[in-house]
Design a protein. Structure first.
Length: 173
């Protein structure tokens, strides 16, 4: 998030802390605001009738959480919980709407952020359609390694992917 936008949006934000395993919000909750993750690690979870809860994303510091409900006014689309102790900043819906009126450039940033998330979702959908189970597991391990700052894990995971359909990516892994 550009500093110019963060300084406007979060100048009067309320700080919030979560302990590991504590829930930030549940799917279906009212979207009364959004958060900026400053420290820690969050997981985004959706309910599956067959498998219980399914983690669809891991969120790292600098990520905005709960923005969809701010945009469309609908209830939360997923549940979010802390994997590690977290520090967040909260902006209410009323404050967000006020800031957008004063600073319309926030909408451009928001559209760019949503486009990036849509691209990530497209990559995930493609991996589920094109990769074997081993390939999907390897992809998930790569994402976790990147979050944990383990770039050396890339070579081993690449070998797994190449043996599990990684050639679908033209050797780009």
């Amino acid at each position: 998030m550009p500093y110019s936008i963060a300084s406007v949006l979060f100048r009067s934000a309320k700080s919030r802390r979560l302990k590991a395993d504590e829930t930030l919000f549940n799917a279906g909750d009212d979207g009364n605001g959004f958060h900026l993750l400053k420290e820690g690690l969050l997981k985004v979870v959706v309910a599956s009738p067959d498998d219980g809860d399914v983690t669809i994303a891991l969120l790292t510091p600098g990520t905005v959480v709960g923005d969809l409900a701010m945009i469309d006014g609908r209830p939360r689309a997923a549940s979010v919980a802390a994997l590690l102790d977290c520090k967040l900043e909260f902006v209410s819906r009323a404050a967000f709407e006020h800031y957008v009126e004063e600073h319309p450039e926030i909408c451009r940033w928001l559209a760019t952020m949503l486009a990036a998330r849509l691209r990530e979702a497209n990559e995930t959908i493609a991996s589920h359609a094109l990769l074997s189970v081993k390939g999907r597991i390897a992809r998930a391990l790569l994402e976790i390694a990147a979050i944990l700052g383990m770039p050396h894990a890339h070579a081993a995971t690449r070998k797994m992917l190449m043996g599990a359909g990684g050639s679908l990516f033209g050797g780009a892994l």
